[in-house]
Design a binder for this molecule. Structure first.
Ligand SMILES: NC(=O)c1ccc[n+]([C@@H]2O[C@H](COP(=O)([O-])OP(=O)(O)OC[C@H]3O[C@@H](n4cnc5c(N)ncnc54)[C@H](O)[C@@H]3O)[C@@H](O)[C@H]2O)c1
Length: 284
């Protein structure tokens, strides 16, 4: 019987890391939230507190559970403090060298049966795993933003991942209240690949003047029950990020589906990156 996960280390206290720490703590796990500077972990903890407070206001979280969850989170800017964790989930910037370097360092700090997970949304888990001393315990845990509200958790099996690792993480995923899908390591996994295929086709349709941005989005929102149309979603994610992933998937998969549309390239070059720059397919 493989060991239950009780203590979780989260690396990176940004958008995703603080959310992962949040759901780990509210489901009863001890958490070490690590970032490179104390002010960054403090910011992450402040976001968790704010989200828990909203939960209390909406009566989704009891005041006692809020206090207990916050009591389970320790922050740190010393990597050694994650020693003793049963699972470590990294949510640092999307750079393969950075993730590999962390997994190399962690291999020297944690026990051999500590699971090392990556929240990468597009990089190869097999390549990240290759940097760890025991690559069989490396796996992808792809969460969605905002982590405490989104139901899906996509587990990505690297070429090296063994069955006990997958089972331990599956059990943890269920315990934190997520609905799981399991995919083999392949470019864009299931969610990013399918989401981007629709997103890029919507941009090509806009280029061809098939319909306005609003109407393309409404086709999917009203006709297919998407909570948000593909162009609006692109604006929210950031068009530069959309373009990077399209270039990566086009290189890896070679299908015209992922060839970046000219309009997307032009908008990024013009600094129209979506919501964060004030303008994308819509104005903000
Ligand atoms: N934002 C999303 O919607 C989303 C969704 C799914 C997956 N992801 C993936 O999650 C990961 C993190 O994305 P994010 O949006 O949270 O980024 P972010 O920029 O909000 O946060 C990254 C954090 O990592 C910290 N960091 C940088 N170097 C570090 C190091 N060496 N050790 C520890 N911490 C370090 C930064 O200080 C920052 O706080 C990426 O791999 C991204 O692809 C993001």
């Amino acid at each position: 019987m493989s060991k239950d996960i009780k203590k979780v280390g989260v690396l990176g206290a940004g958008t995703m890391g603080h959310g992962i720490a949040h759901v780990s703590a509210t489901s009863g796990h001890e958490v070490v939230l690590y970032d490179i500077k104390p002010e960054l972990t403090a910011k992450g903890l402040a976001s968790i507190t704010k989200n828990l407070d909203v939960g209390v206001e909406k009566k989704k979280v009891t005041p006692e559970d809020r206090t207990a969850a916050l009591g389970r989170i320790k922050t740190s800017s010393t990597l050694n403090d994650v020693a003793g964790c049963d699972l470590i989930i990294e949510a640092v910037p999307e750079k393969i060298e950075l993730k590999q370097q962390l997994f190399r360092e962690l291999s020297a700090i944690v026990d051999e049966d500590c699971v090392l997970a990556s929240n990468t949304s597009s990089l190869s888990l097999t390549e990240i795993a290759a940097a760890a001393t025991h690559p069989r315990r490396v796996i992808g845990m792809h969460f969605f933003n905002p982590v405490h509200l989104m139901k899906l958790l996509e587990l990505v099996r690297a070429y090296q991942t063994d069955d006990p690792t997958l089972e331990r993480v599956r059990h943890f995923g269920e315990k934190i209240g997520k609905q799981l899908i399991v995919v083999e390591d392949s470019p864009g996994f299931a969610s990013t690949r399918l989401g981007l295929a629709v997103g890029l086709e919507a941009i090509r349709m806009l280029e061809e003047r098939v319909a306005s941005a609003e109407d393309i989005d409404r086709a999917m929102e009203l006709g297919y029950g998407y909570p948000m149309g593909p162009l609006k979603l692109g604006d929210l994610v950031g068009l530069d990020i959309r373009l990077n992933i399209a270039e990566y998937l086009y290189k890896e998969l070679g299908t015209p589906t992922f060839r970046p549309p000219q309009l997307l390239k032009k908008m990024v070059r013009a600094g129209k990156l979506g919501k964060k720059s004030g303008e994308g397919f819509y104005r903000y």
